[in-house]
Design a protein around this ligand. Structure first.
Ligand code: FES
Length: 311
């Protein structure tokens, strides 16, 4: 039977000191660095858009509770700079022919639609992506007409205080959030119009920070820590208990507008986990204790059931 093209290439290719590592998670990265340091030419292939894998999405590592990015980041940089490592991302390994020391790999690179030699990581292509964001149709209507007169005056006062430059956007959004407890959409539209900043950019800032919300929030905010230390001490059960008690999911507000429930990753009080924060007060709430905590809170007895951390 006639040899295939790949088999012919394998036969002609001399045994080389190159290695292909498939999968650029933390294991693939470490293997590539070790091999590259030993003098091998390494081809690091991953189907994702970038290297790092799942570890880039983790806050902490188990069981040591170390910051995962602090471990990973230096390895990412070392991999990117290593002269013996060639990174091939957004690609799939289709075929592997040959024998040990003499393989031919067929790799399919998917189109990125971005010229990587020009990319400086500014992120503007994401902000202006026509697939994710609909093209802006210029507003012809005065956004100020959607506001009550007092509302409009309040926002105009903010322009007086913070100015009308691009840099004023974040302080203005912060002030609106402080005033209303959330960011009303009609006010954001007015800000976009008055600062002459595209609404997509205003929306981008308003949704970037977790302390801002586009929906009205409850009078009291309950934050449940789901960080590693609290998680192993039962915070998922505490969260379930709170959800049942308030009849809402995380991110929602009770019908009476009293409580908004949120989850957070580490509140900096790992030693007393599981930690629940109601407004600004820290509580150690073990599974089964939330009903009692909230009952006392509602009776304005702010003293926590167990321990309150000195702030
Ligand atoms: S994990 Fe740090 S406070 Fe919960």
């Amino acid at each position: 039977m006639a040899a295939t093209r790949e088999e012919e290439i394998v036969e002609k290719t001399p045994v080389s000191g190159s290695v292909m590592v498939v999968g650029a998670g933390i294991s693939g990265i470490q293997s590539s660095l070790d091999l590259a340091d030993s003098g091998f030419k390494v081809y690091l292939v991953d189907k994702g858009l970038s290297i790092g894998g799942k570890m880039t999405q983790l806050d902490k590592t188990f069981p040591t509770n170390d910051c995962s990015m602090c471990i990973l980041a230096p390895k990412l940089v070392a991999t990117g700079r290593h002269p013996n490592i060639e990174i091939i991302t957004y690609s799939d390994l289709l075929k592997l022919d040959g024998d040990p020391g003499n393989f031919v790999a067929t790799i399919k690179k998917r189109a990125r639609s971005v010229d990587l030699s020009l990319c400086n990581g500014c992120g503007l292509c994401v902000e202006n992506c026509l697939v994710r964001y609909k093209p802006q149709i210029p507003e012809t209507r005065d956004a100020g007409l959607d506001l009550e007169r007092e509302e409009r005056e309040k926002v105009d006062d903010l322009f007086e205080v913070h100015g009308r430059e691009n840099e004023s956007l974040i302080p203005i959004i912060q002030s609106i959030n402080d005033e209303y407890g959330y960011l009303p959409k009609n006010i954001l539209r007015y800000v976009s119009q008055e600062l002459d900043i595209p609404f997509s950019q205003v929306y981008h800032v308003a949704t970037f920070y977790t302390s801002y919300s586009l929906e009205p929030r409850g009078k009291h905010t309950i934050k449940v820590c789901m960080g590693t230390a609290c998680h192993v001490r039962g915070s998922p059960r505490v969260l379930d208990e709170i959800k049942r008690h308030l009849k809402i999911e995380a991110g929602e507000t009770t019908d009476d507008g009293l409580y908004t429930l949120e989850t957070v990753n580490c509140l900096g009080a790992c030693a007393i986990g599981p930690v629940v924060v109601i407004n600004d007060d820290y509580y150690m709430v073990k599974p089964g204790e939330f009903a009692e905590t909230i009952e006392r809170f509602e009776k304005s007895d702010i003293s926590p059931v167990t321990t309150e951390v000195e702030k």
